[in-house]
Write a protein that binds this ligand. Structure first.
Ligand SMILES: Cc1cc2nc3c(=O)[nH]c(=O)nc-3n(C[C@H](O)[C@H](O)[C@H](O)COP(=O)(O)O)c2cc1C
Length: 262
């Protein structure tokens, strides 16, 4: 297999998937292209990849699946027997059927899944569960995974791959699409950064306080990236959620789970 180009393609509201995918791609080849599917205008286009390229596709895990918007974004990627590496990034609970649905979808889109991994990223709700991950050790391991893929794929043809990943059918049901209410505190300086980082254009450019709840996917990008910490979910929702998650799955440091397709 010849790999002349590597693209890191990711949907990543709070950047943990982006860092993971970029580190893997950078381990495959030193120079990478980026396709940031977090941006709505980028997701609107279609992208085709040739057989001499490799694509690393990553999405976060929401309720054991990948978010519907990232599923739809992947439907805009088209392979021509293009090898693909799949990354699911999750907040220390579980990735359930996320890798399986990505493998199935990317296969249907003309890609050949050659390897996959489930990686840990700081949980979107708060900053206590899997805090600071992926850290330096995680990113080193991601790059090493990329290097292994490069050497391992060099001498084989795509036809030799049959990637198995965990997960089961039917996939876990997706949770209902219901946004997250934010109160805007007096610290807000109306910089509109929240508008820029919202992956679904749910926040109005007229005011940070106006949000289309039918578009909000609860990703928390607006709140986590607010320079003033001015977007607050009422009733201590985030604090309570992260305390519950901490109890359920916050303690043990989990490592990446890697799968090779031969
Ligand atoms: C709505 C929602 C649902 C989530 N569901 C899960 C889950 O089922 N399992 C898990 O371990 N983490 C879950 N997470 C945490 C994210 O998968 C994790 O924080 C991921 O690193 C976020 O990726 P990003 O930084 O690329 O946005 C969820 C986060 C959100 C916002």
């Amino acid at each position: 297999m010849i790999i002349n180009k590597v693209t890191a393609a990711y949907f990543s509201p709070t950047d943990t998937t982006r860092k993971t995918v970029q580190a893997i791609a950078g381990g495959i080849l030193p120079e990478i292209e980026n396709l940031d599917l977090t941006r709505p205008e980028v997701r609107a286009e279609h992208y085709t990849f040739e057989a001499d390229e490799m694509v690393v596709v990553g999405a976060p895990v929401y309720g054991g699946r990948i978010p519907l918007v990232s599923y739809e974004a992947i439907r805009h990627l088209h392979g021509k027997c293009t090898p693909v590496v799949i990354a699911a990034v999750y907040g220390n609970r579980d990735f359930d059927d996320a890798l399986l649905e990505m493998r199935d979808l990317l296969s249907a889109q003309g890609f050949i899944p050659v390897a996959a991994g489930a990686f840990i990223g700081e949980h979107s709700f708060g900053n206590t569960v899997a805090a600071g991950r992926p850290d330096r050790i995680d990113l080193y391991k991601c790059a090493d995974f990329g290097r292994q893929i490069y050497f391992w794929c060099k001498d084989v043809t795509v036809g030799q791959f049959a990637l198995k990943v965990p997960g089961s059918y039917p996939y876990k049901a997706r949770g209902p699409q219901s946004g997250l209410v934010h109160e805007i505190s007096a610290d807000c300086i109306h910089c509109m950064h929240c508008v820029d980082v919202c992956p679904t254009a749910a926040i109005s450019p007229k005011s940070p306080a106006i949000k289309d709840m039918s578009l909000c996917i609860k990703c928390q990008a607006c709140a986590k990236k607010c320079p003033k910490g001015a977007r607050i979910v009422p009733d201590n929702f985030v604090e309570n959620m992260s305390a519950r998650l901490m109890e359920m799955c916050g303690e043990a440091r989990k490592d990446a789970k890697l799968y090779f397709g031969r």
